[in-house]
Design a protein around this ligand. Structure first.
Ligand SMILES: N=CN[C@@H](CCC(=O)O)C(=O)O
Ligand SMILES: [Zn+2]
Length: 398
């Protein structure tokens, strides 16, 4: 099997359990997987060598929350928000109408282009959600066409009750025929549990059906105000609860309680419910930033994700999310990088495969145009992605 050595890495942030950082490092890749990591001076021979020119390397970003299956944009809604209007879930209907009008090819092209755009900024593993179809045929179509285009797919039929429909009847459709139709194509079921979207009872109906279908769950919770989202995610053992802007002490303690069987020092034991913070969304909706610092201090594993969507967060730039988490959420650089890599992998149940630079993991590497990773926050807004390796292949070069 041909081997590839990446060498002349000024700083390698492995994001392993010990948070090992290696100066003057090299990484050996074999058959798409990492087969050796260490000091460049000790590197084994290889069939091919890439000299990374004294640049810093990180694991590729694992973006565990996005909504890429959409058409059109909502720039006017955004402008109105910046003029003082508050975000409301109803905008989802505008995107749903635009999305339904696309042919399969048009919609698949939009999703692929967005996935490639994220890849070019270092995102080597990406989840996306349905949720702009909102009827049986469209949700089924969106799930089928997006499945091969992203690394994980989530069913979010419970995004908004379409105008004029009864909430109980629509929820029964989501939890029944829609879930049956998409089950083979999705990894997770998600619910937008919020005032104006799905209340506690309706959320419970959808999550209960997901459990019966054997599909792991996620919850959009506590985004626009306090609510039952976190509580339900904990009760259902969800892989993550996302947004988490408005938490009370009980919410934080409930999340922390899910991590008591996890040993963070060795990354062994049973993982709990990841709290996924979405800083780009918080800025774009002028919501208070999620309390990532407090969650970490309470022992909760967090993830950082882009939440790329046309309503609340029209960016898939994880470099920006990491910079914001450091500068405004008071995470250390190491904490932010871990949340955007290993944390995302935990939120998607793929931490055995991706999320760190360790032997046996997929060779997903993000090469920065910087000598140290600190530049991600030190030089916010700069285009710091030099190149990207996914499964050992050079997939994007700056
Ligand atoms: N909060 C719910 N769903 C998306 C927004 C969807 C939209 O407004 O189009 C979110 O995660 O922010
Ligand atoms: Zn979302």
């Amino acid at each position: 099997m041909a081997t590839l050595l990446l060498t002349n890495i000024s700083q390698l942030n492995t994001v392993d359990a010990a948070h090992t950082v290696i100066a003057d490092a090299a990484v050996l890749i074999e058959d798409g997987l990492i087969s050796w990591v260490g000091a460049a001076a000790d590197a084994p021979a290889a069939d091919e060598i890439h000299d990374l020119g004294g640049r810093a390397v990180l694991p590729g970003w694992v973006d565990s929350h996005s909504h890429l299956i959409f058409a059109g944009d909502r720039a006017e809604e955004f402008a109105a928000r910046m003029a003082g209007q508050s975000y409301a879930a109803g905008g989802i209907a505008v995107t749903t109408e635009a999305t339904r009008s696309q042919t399969d090819t048009q919609l698949a092209d939009l999703v692929s282009a967005r996935r490639r755009e994220a890849l070019s900024m270092g995102t080597t593993w990406m989840e996306t959600k349905t949720g702009y179809g909102l009827n049986l045929s469209e949700e089924t179509r969106h799930a089928a066409l997006a499945k091969p285009l992203v690394e994980n797919l989530t069913f979010l039929g419970a995004h908004l009750v379409p105008a004029g429909q009864d909430a109980d009847e629509y929820t029964a459709l989501v939890a029944g025929p829609m879930m049956d139709a998409v089950a083979a194509n999705v990894d997770f079921v998600d619910v937008f549990c919020e005032r104006g979207a799905f209340n506690e009872e309706l959320t419970r109906t959808v999550l209960t059906s997901a459990v019966a279908h054997g599909i792991a769950t996620k919850v959009h919770g506590n985004q626009l105000g306090p609510g039952p989202g976190v509580k339900l995610a904990v009760e259902f053992g969800s892989a993550s609860v996302d947004h988490v802007n408005y938490l009370d002490e009980d919410d934080v303690q409930a999340l922390a309680g899910t991590w008591t069987g996890w040993d963070a020092a060795t990354r062994t034991g049973s993982a709990g419910t990841v709290a996924t913070c979405l800083p780009a969304c918080d800025l774009s909706t002028r919501q208070p930033l999620a309390p990532g610092r407090e969650l970490l201090d309470a022992g909760v594993q967090i993830a950082l994700a882009s939440n790329c969507n046309p309503g609340t967060s029209y960016t898939s730039n994880m470099n920006f999310c990491v910079a914001t988490a450091v500068l405004q959420m008071h995470l250390s650089l190491d904490e932010a990088i871990e949340a955007a890599t290993y944390g995302g992998a935990l939120a998607l149940g793929v931490a055995d495969k991706v999320g760190s630079v360790e032997v046996g993991k997929r060779a997903d590497l993000h090469v920065l145009d910087a000598p140290v990773a600190a530049h991600l926050a030190y030089r916010p807004g700069m285009n710091l992605t030099h190149s990207v390796y996914q499964g050992g292949a050079l997939v994007s070069e700056g």
